[in-house]
Write a protein that binds this ligand. Structure first.
Ligand SMILES: Cc1cc2nc3c(=O)[nH]c(=O)nc-3n(C[C@H](O)[C@H](O)[C@H](O)COP(=O)(O)OP(=O)(O)OC[C@H]3O[C@@H](n4cnc5c(N)ncnc54)[C@H](O)[C@@H]3O)c2cc1C
Ligand code: FES
Ligand code: FES
Length: 1330
């Protein structure tokens, strides 16, 4: 029994294996809560749980990942989902309203989870500070917004107020009337000013009450429970005796509290544990007790409760004795997100025995003791020393023992302790290496009496650095200790090159760096305590303060210029109108593919995919699967009635026949009655293989084996001759990793066979309905007119749903056809990442010629991209890369070759930018190196070489309305670049282990599809008798605001308010033969088609309007109807003039492949920690030329979102593949996209004023992809900071830093005494490559 949104739910047969998420979505049909990952890493499934807390004697509210919470664990609790707090039918909750008004929801898939995290915070703290707000969001991810608008929306609940970085120059400081008169120009508009008003203040007294029945039955938690399911029995004992008895009876049973470890094994990995016992109701296990000597923490103590208790104890007893507790608090701040901390317990962390547990090193270093109990024998105390974790994921617990508690001693006099960790992402990420260090001195001296150093991430278990611990005894805490400790620790941790987890050099350097930080920390304390006469040097003071400055308490602005004064109020083009679906998204009412209610006879499909990257299929054995419950059928290539060949270049198979060419390739699919049954049966399908060699996985492998899909040349002038004649020639290479799309909604579809004339209807999350329709028809061998594809909205696409949807849609179509029943297939996050391809990794080897003044004379660039096992869009991606290889610079002689590598990894595909970001990146890399070679500021080299109005590109397109120099200058000015650069230099002189860098990067992005025929669009506009308008066009809504922009266009053309126009969905029934929604042309081409349709309609109404000019719109339409005038029109548009004569053999190219270019510039300032490689983006300023923006709020959202996505690509995200060709980085646990904490602390976006673009609808410009590359400003700012660090180690000149600039690369490129040898970047890269 539990409550959901105030309604009692009684489940007579609760299934222990069912999660709360599955229960509320499928049984209760509350689909607002989303499945984003199933592993606690994205927060899309967040709900609030409320319960009566016996210890606290009050009701408590906490956020929970419902994807990990077993529904049986909810007994006696009240659950609130996004539907329970507000709705469009009644009233939006203040959290929902503000998020919608602040444009904080784009695709909306993350939104309900984010709403619920914030809502839970408000239930506990109605006026939170920004720190609490950010902490509450640590466990939520968003891939669209870049986080700034969400933080902006929620800041309104806090007391803090925003400002503007322009300071006194801010337009808001001028009286508006005066400034208008002064310059006679449009006003600058602050987005925030447009969104400051809410219909409601937040009133916590209006929140729903806790169900009285649950209060009455407080004693429920004293009742022991047993739930028996299909495969699993779940026990909830209430006494220690019952608990230990059960564990002794079932020694292999897991004791599950938070289920944050076990839930991943049972969910994502599909394991089954037949007996589960939850000790959550056993009081003896959740206590926290202190005495004079230390603290005892019960094994079932929940981490967030523990944080509160520890804070209280630290306050009460003071800092010195509680240093171990402060270390725990520091670690727990970064430990997962609130949703995990609210349920996970300390015992789960210890007993999982993870080598990267954040808490175990602290326990080991402080000399903690674990208390176990065996029912038949009683208690046993075990010190947490080097024997406690005997091997990987093992503890010294005996069979049947229960962990009761852990006891930590208080620190004594002259004793110091601190913990450190470094992860790929600062928030919600497990450590690469963590450490807890403790030293005790002989009283009144700095002579070491005791020393402990425990590390995680340095071995298969948490370990003590024993050699170091022994040798250091008796030594004075003096600077000469550092070199000795470095030597001893290298002996303690001599990691093999092939150590699991990799990053060997980095991990060793981190361990030493942590010791060094600890050394300085203690040295400082010894000085303060009057024991050591030596102060740490001013240059080293920086290690004491946290990286960066304030968190997002600082200022961000988003500005543009107001529409002309004479623009009618009803004409919303150019105004900040909220997203079409924002209100239904924030309330969870928005429907995505998997939210479609189940059909009565619906089946579920699970793909059987290859586990080998290159092999013959010897046999597929489905016998065992067929006996699995709910099994219906297995489909493979023999079931395809049409063609098994599919895809853009006809290079894909729907099902592999006798050979597989990548891990994750679809071999077959199991169809079953439920999702869970389909998964279980699919796991029982046995495929045997015979490996084929070679396995070609990387670009280097492809070069070695000459394995290419294509090779193309692009030339102007004579690059080789020009190189010879140049004053300087620079050679370099750069590798840019791929990137996972990580749209929050995975690929999925629901296929409904109509069983009449072979008709079939498909609901999908594709951004390319027409190709899905085509592939389905080809697979079935039927005409396209029998297939209808409908797309309501996507939870993000970014190119990942442009073609690779086919790995799901085609098998589902075959399965539905075979069964004659609806088939649903929604990929898990892990499968989606494995199967559907990513952004292409790139490699470039270049030579650049230039004069002694920095003027470029020649570029020779060999570019490679990793296409994967089928060609898909890889050749087009390479074409775009080659066309953007000039960056923003005029180079008289250019020779580019582009090779697309054929490899044995999942086919790579479109991703926002489509090859251009990689190519632009390479261009900025050589610019930066030219500057380094000449000792010139990189900005200067950029300015000298930047194109000018009327220049011709290397592919023969003339640049007109070339606004880049304006963006560039304005960005430098608005960001106060010169002054800040001087300050950065000052800062770098004053600090040894922290460095800052600042960089300004320009961008020029060509707008159009590479394939001319794709540059067309259609629209269909119906006006109904009541005057309301139904708009359809060929584009899909994936969060980018396409629907609202087309509504604004229609509203302007028809002269009616946006509220009268509606877009329902995208369907191949209404607009045929559409281009994919991609290439940043969605609004350009669909908007024009809509405009043309509206023009036709207005033409038909013209006479009537003239006859009765006073008629309202409604009257006009009724008159037209009575006059039998057609109120429905199609519109069509094709982009004019574009062409490209490119001879890929000779390299000659002449044409106008792009309709126009979108320009922008960004300045970013970054601070790095030279000892760990960590970084923070202090400020980013962007100026973007979007012509006359159709909707500045939506466009700024695109800029911010693209920027943060690009930031992920360049600073953090790195897909890793093992030597068997299997993607290791699957799911948010292993693959880190930026989180809230990674958003620049001050993030300012401005749209260039007085820009026009006659080549697109209402003078606007495409925005989806162009801003992504601007995040290179962060990369190069970080590189500049690294350059400053290298100067200290006497390392000068250019150096190679590949993308992404992960913590590892930044640290290793800094190069100092803690990196193992005399630093050589080439050696480092050779090591990485090996
Ligand atoms: C998204 C995410 C982020 C995470 N981030 C971090 C992080 O930053 N740092 C980190 O260290 N960990 C992290 N973890 C790991 C995990 O959350 C912790 O290890 C947590 O403390 C486990 O507690 P639990 O109650 O959920 O364990 P459960 O999954 O319930 O149980 C885990 C194991 O502990 C055993 N166990 C539990 N209690 C007892 C007992 N009393 N006696 C004997 N055995 C027992 C169980 O049998 C089981 O084998 C993360 C996990 C997720 C999903
Ligand atoms: S779906 Fe639960 S955290 Fe991602
Ligand atoms: S709006 Fe956050 S993931 Fe799309």
């Amino acid at each position: 029994v539990f409550y959901v949104n105030g309604v009692k739910v009684t489940e007579p047969h609760p299934e222990p294996e069912t999660t709360l998420l599955v229960y509320i979505r499928t049984k209760l049909r509350l689909t607002g809560t989303k499945l984003g990952c199933g592993e606690g890493g994205c927060g899309a499934c967040t709900v609030m749980v409320s319960k009566w807390d016996k210890e606290k004697n009050r009701i408590v509210h906490f956020s929970v990942n419902s994807c990990l919470a077993p529904v049986v664990s909810m007994h006696g609790y009240a659950v609130t989902t996004v539907e329970g707090i507000g709705s469009t039918k009644t009233k939006l909750h203040a959290v929902q309203e503000r998020l919608a008004k602040f444009h904080g929801s784009q695709c909306g898939f993350c939104t309900p989870g984010i709403v619920m995290s914030m809502y839970t915070l408000l239930r506990n703290n109605p006026v939170p500070d920004m720190e609490s707000i950010e902490k509450s969001l640590q466990g939520n991810l968003c891939r669209c917004t870049g986080y700034r608008p969400i933080l902006g929306a929620f800041r309104t609940f806090s007391a803090s107020k925003n400002g503007c970085p322009m300071g006194d120059k801010c337009c808001r400081n001028k009286p508006s009337e005066d400034s208008k008169q002064e310059n006679g120009e449009q006003q600058e508009v602050h987005l925030e000013d447009q969104t400051d008003s809410f219909s409601q203040q937040y009133d916590p007294t209006q929140e729903p009450i806790f169900p009285p029945e649950l209060l009455v039955s407080k004693a429920e938690s004293d009742v022991s429970l047993k739930f028996v399911g299909e495969r699993v029995t779940w026990y909830r004992p209430t006494t220690l005796d019952q608990l230990t008895d059960l564990k002794e009876k079932f020694p292999d049973a897991h004791l599950v509290v938070g289920n944050t470890e076990i839930g991943i094994e049972t969910g994502v990995k599909g394991r089954c544990y037949p007996v589960i016992v939850t000790p959550a109701s056993v009081r003896e296990l959740s206590h926290v007790k202190t005495d004079n000597l230390g603290i005892e923490i019960g094994a079932s103590c929940i981490l967030s409760d523990l944080v509160e208790r520890l804070k209280g104890i630290v306050d009460e007893r003071g800092q010195n004795p509680t240093q171990a507790l402060s270390s725990m608090l520091e670690m727990l701040h970064w430990f997962a997100g609130d949703q995990i901390r609210n349920v996970a317990v300390i015992g789960g962390n210890i007993m999982t025995a993870s080598p990267i547990s954040d808490l175990n090193p602290i326990f080991m270093a402080c000399g903690a003791t674990a208390k176990f109990m065996l029912h038949s024998r009683g208690e046993r105390k075990v010190p947490m020393d080097q024997t406690f974790f005997p091997s990987y994921r093992k503890t010294s617990a005996l069979k049947g023992e229960v962990l009761i508690s852990v006891r930590l001693p208080f620190m004594r006099q002259s004793e110091y302790m601190k913990a450190y960790m470094q992860s790929k992402r600062r928030e919600d990420d497990i450590a690469i290496v963590n450490a807890a260090l403790r030293v005790k001195f002989h009283d009144g001296t700095r002579k070491v009496e005791e020393f402990s150093a425990a590390f995680g991430g340095m071995a298969a278990t948490s370990v003590l650095a024993q050699h170091t611990m022994t040798n250091i005894i008796g030594r004075e805490w003096e600077d000469d200790l550092i070199d000795d400790v470095a030597q001893w620790m290298r002996e303690d941790f001599c990691l093999e090159v092939n150590t699991p987890g990799g990053m060997v050099e980095y991990r060793e350097a981190l361990a030493l760096s942590f010791f060094f930080k600890f050394y300085l920390h203690v040295k400082d304390l010894l000085f303060k305590d009057g024991i050591s006469g030596e102060k740490i040097s001013p240059e080293e003071e920086c290690t004491k303060v946290p990286l960066g400055g304030n968190h997002h308490g600082s200022i961000s602005t988003q500005t543009w210029h107001e529409v002309p004064d004479d623009q009618p109020e009803d004409d919303t083009v150019g105004r900040a109108v909220p997203h079409h679906s924002s209100q239904v998204q924030v309330t969870g009412e928005a429907r995505y593919t998997d939210d479609i209610p189940p059909y009565a006879d619906e089946l579920h499909m699970w793909l059987v995919t290859s586990q080998r990257c290159h092999a013959h299929i010897r046999d597929v054995d489905i016998k065992e699967a067929m006996t699995s419950p709910g099994f219906v059928t297995y489909v493979d290539h023999r079931d395809v009635p049409g063609s098994n060949i599919t895809g853009v270049m006809k290079g894909d198979c729907i099902f592999a026949e006798d050979k597989v060419t990548c891990v994750g390739q679809v071999i077959g699919a199991v169809v079953a009655d439920t999702y869970a049954h389909a998964q279980r049966a699919a796991q029982l399908v046995k495929v045997s293989y015979e490996d084929i060699f070679p396995r070609i996985l990387t670009i280097e492998d492809a070069i070695e084996h000459v394995s290419y899909y294509s090779s193309a040349n692009l030339k102007v002038g004579d690059a080789d001759a020009a190189l010879k004649a140049s004053d300087h020639v620079l050679e370099g290479e750069m590798r840019i990793a791929g990137q996972e799309h990580f749209y929050l909604e995975t690929n999925g579809c629901l296929v409904i066979p109509k069983n009449e004339f072979g008709e079939i209807e498909i609901f999908s999350s594709t951004q390319n309905p027409t190709d899905l329709q085509l592939y389905a028809a080809e697979a079935l061998g039927i005409d396209i007119n029998k297939v209808v594809v409908k797309v309501k909205r996507l939870g993000g696409g970014f190119g990942g749903k442009e073609t690779r949807f086919l790995v799901v849609s085609n098998p589902a179509v075959i399965a539905a056809n075979k069964c004659g029943r609806p088939v649903r297939c929604i990929l898990t996050r892990q499968d989606d990442m494995l199967i559907t391809g990513q952004r292409h990794s790139f490699y470039s080897k270049y030579k650049v010629g230039f004069t002694k003044d920095g003027k470029l004379t020649s570029l020779v660039n060999h570019i490679y991209n990793n296409g994967g096992n089928t060609a898909d869009l890889s050749l087009s991606v390479m074409n775009r890369a080659m066309l953007h290889a000039d960056g923003t610079y005029k180079i008289p002689n250019v020779s580019i070759t582009g090779k697309t590598c054929k490899t044995n990894i999942a086919s790579n595909t479109a991703f926002r930018g489509f090859g251009a970001p990689q190519s632009l990146f390479i261009a900025e890399d050589w610019i930066q190196k030219v500057a380094a070679r000449l000792g010139m500021p990189p900005e200067k080299v950029r300015e000298i070489n930047m194109y000018k109005e009327g220049d011709t590109t290397h592919f023969g397109q003339i640049l007109t309305d070339f606004n880049l120099p304006r963006c560039w200058r304005e960005c430098l000015e608005r960001s106060n670049f010169e002054e800040r650069k001087a300050k950065v230099e000052e800062y770098n002189l004053a600090n040894r282990w922290r460095k800052r860098g600042i960089s300004c990067i320009p961008t020029k992005f060509g707008i159009s599809f590479g394939l001319t025929q794709l540059n067309q669009a259609g629209a269909l506009v119906h006006i109904y008798k009541d005057g309301s308008v139904l708009l359809t066009h060929g584009g899909t809504e994936m969060g980018q605001g396409l629907h609202i922009k087309t509504i604004q266009i229609a509203s302007k053309c028809l002269g009616i308010p946006v509220s009268q126009i509606y877009v329902s969905n995208t369907s191949t029934e209404t607009v045929p033969n559409t281009a994919p929604t991609a290439a940043s042309v969605g609004s350009d081409i669909n908007g024009m088609a809509v405009k043309n349709a509206c023009k036709t309609l207005m033409g038909r109404l013209e006479q009537l309007k003239k006859t009765n000019p006073a008629a309202s719109w409604k009257e006009l339409i009724m008159n037209a109807y009575n006059e039998r005038i057609s109120l429905s029109a199609t519109g069509f548009y094709k982009t004019p003039d574009i062409y490209c004569d490119w001879n890929k053999e000779t390299g000659e190219c002449n044409g106008m492949p792009f309709n126009y270019f979108t320009y922008g510039a960004a300045v970013s300032e970054v601070e790095i920690d030279c000892l760990t490689g960590d970084h923070v983006v202090l400020q980013t300023d962007i100026v973007m030329d979007l012509g006359r923006s159709l909707n500045p709020a939506v466009d700024i959202g695109q800029i911010e979102g693209a920027f943060v996505q690009g930031y992920g690509m360049m600073m953090m995200e790195e897909p890793l593949i093992n030597e068997g060709g299997s993607l290791i980085t699957r799911g948010p646990g292993a693959y880190k996209i930026p989180g809230f904490g990674d958003c620049p602390r001050s993030f300012n976006v401005h749209l260039l004023k007085n820009s026009k673009n006659e080549r697109a609808v209402f003078s606007s410009k495409g925005v989806g992809e162009p801003p992504l590359f601007l995040s290179a400003s962060v990369f190069f700012a970080a590189k500049n900071a690294v350059t400053a660090a290298r100067k200290h180690s006497n390392l000068s000149g250019e150096f190679r830093m590949d993308s992404p600039a992960t913590v590892e690369r930044i640290r290793m490129c800094c190069g100092d005494k803690f990196t193992s040898q005399e630093f050589s970047p080439e050696e480092f890269y050779q090591l990485l490559e090996s």
